[in-house]
Design a protein around this ligand. Structure first.
Ligand code: 5AD
Ligand code: SF4
Length: 469
């Protein structure tokens, strides 16, 4: 997913905008990677807005370009350097015209590569990691004095304490479905994954901060929140009753907030799927029947080499327990093909697990060597052509399951949260409880409404529905 996050509308929040050299400061934000990066870009946008920046939606109109990067696979990381190459040319041209351009690189590539980014791409003025971005305005001020700034430590202070709360107008401009980070980092150390190194150790945000952020979102018209964490179901914290809560208890409390009608969370680890969370799925209509629960592989040998700390059978059993609690739950997953040592038989185990579980959707990836992870040093790397062939077979199977799920939904009556205009002006797009985009006639409601509809037909990019009588 790539996306420019900050709309000109949120930018207008800057209002009287601080002036530098007689010009207002203008930032263009480019976000790569996961939902947490989207959330982080919004928060950096809030900090820059307070610092007098307006957001613009082209690089050409900006005097600061902020790239929020992803390091999860090699391709994602390399995109950053091609973008920086284009920016170097633009900066040269600006300088020739008597102007300038500042470039800041944030996110997981910033954390992983640090000063190396400036060595490879001297166009960059600021490198700032995911745990230090509350210091971005300060870093930019230093950079304006001509210093290049690298901020990639894991500070002891909580970055959220150093960030401004999002103004109501900006929340409204971002829509009726919002992200809320509750947990960051990972202590699991799967052998393919950079997250424990780029996002650091597992940290849970305290209950009171999460509740006050959720209340702010609700009072600004947000009706659906997605709780974010690299290991979101490992979240824990001291509840109002002085007991240690897990994610299940937190969701139960969030569901009592007036205005919050729908709750989701992502991404979960099978080992942290405890009874309280499964019971929350059983009991709470606000908790949407959709669960992203990556398994990565269906082979016990590969799961062991990946350090996943569960077997395929344990995963399948867990899915059965979750489905017993909430029979209509839609499952999604992540799969890696071609992990070092993966044989044809291991891959067949993955295909078998997918057939057994039956996913509503899933993300599939070819294994990508990440420097510094144990997988990178394994000597039985799989041939690229084999990975390509396995990926195609797995994708075919999952696409077939996704289409079958869409067909199964036809005739069902569901609540739809209307989120945005459709491609045609007479259409609106909402999300089904199972996260599918659903297209309806714009006359049926307005953005922010939850309407009862009957799914009428599956389409290529979503489902179609009409009002349920
Ligand atoms: N290569 C391929 N895919 C990876 N993922 C994480 N690290 C790698 C890697 N080195 C995938 C996993 C994870 C998702 C976010 O990205 O499937 O769940
Ligand atoms: Fe990476 Fe997820 Fe494994 Fe943590 S649990 S190391 S984030 S794949």
């Amino acid at each position: 997913m790539t996306q420019a996050i900050l709309t000109p509308d949120t930018a207008s929040e800057a209002g009287d905008g601080t002036q530098i050299g007689g010009q207002s400061k203008k930032v263009f934000v480019k976000t790569y990677g996961c939902q947490m990066n989207v959330y982080d870009s919004e928060r950096m946008g809030d900090a820059l807005t307070r610092d007098g920046y307006q957001t613009v939606d082209t690089v050409e109109a900006a005097d600061l370009v902020l790239i929020n990067t992803c390091h999860i696979r090699e391709k994602a990381a390399e995109k950053v350097y091609s973008q920086l190459g284009r920016l170097a040319k633009l900066k040269k041209q600006r300088k020739a015209d008597g102007g300038d351009l500042m470039v800041a690189v944030a996110g997981c590539v910033a954390q992983a590569e640090g000063r190396e980014i400036i060595r490879r791409a001297p166009v960059v003025n600021v490198v700032i990691g995911p745990q230090t971005y509350h210091r971005l305005p300060e870093a930019l001020a230093k950079a304006r004095q001509g210093e290049s700034v690298v901020e990639t430590d894991f500070p002891t202070e909580d970055k959220f304490d150093g960030l401004p709360t999002t103004p109501e107008k900006a929340i409204r401009a971002r829509g009726v479905a919002a992200f809320l980070t509750v947990q960051e980092g990972c202590d699991k150390f799967c052998t393919f994954c950079v997250v424990p190194y780029t996002r650091g150790a597992e940290v849970s945000r305290p209950v009171d901060r999460i509740l006050s952020e959720a209340e702010r979102l609700a009072s600004a018209g947000v009706r659906e929140i997605t709780l974010l964490g690299q290991n979101v179901n490992a979240w824990h914290g001291k509840g109002a009753d002085d007991r240690e809560w897990g994610l299940g208890e937190l969701v139960r409390r969030l569901a009592t907030i007036d205005g919050i009608d729908r709750i989701r969370y992502t991404t979960s680890h099978p080992r942290d799927m405890d009874d309280a969370l499964i019971e929350a799925h059983r009991d709470l209509p606000e908790l949407m029947p959709y669960l992203h629960l990556p398994v990565q592989s269906g082979s016990d040998r590969i799961l062991k080499a990946m350090n996943r700390r569960h077997t395929a059978a344990e995963y399948v059993k867990l899915v059965e327990r979750i489905r017993a609690a909430r029979p209509d739950i839609a499952l999604s997953g992540d799969f890696i093909v071609g992990f070092p040592g993966e044989t044809d038989a291991d891959f067949e185990d993955t295909m078998q697990l997918v057939r057994e579980v039956n996913y509503a959707s899933a993300f599939t990836f070819k294994y990508s060597i990440r420097p510094g992870t144990p997988g990178a040093d394994m000597d039985n790397q799989v041939d690229e052509a084999v990975k390509t062939e396995r990926l195609a077979r797995l994708q075919d199977l999952i696409n077939e399951q996704t289409r079958a799920f869409g067909r199964e939904c036809v005739g069902r009556t569901v609540d739809l949260l209307l989120e945005k205009p459709g491609r045609n002006t007479d259409q609106l797009i909402g999300r089904s409880p199972w996260l599918q985009p659903v297209i309806v006639d714009a006359k049926l409601g307005k953005i922010g409404d939850i309407i009862r509809v009957r799914i009428t037909q599956p389409g290529t990019t979503g489902l179609f529905a009409e009002i349920a009588e």
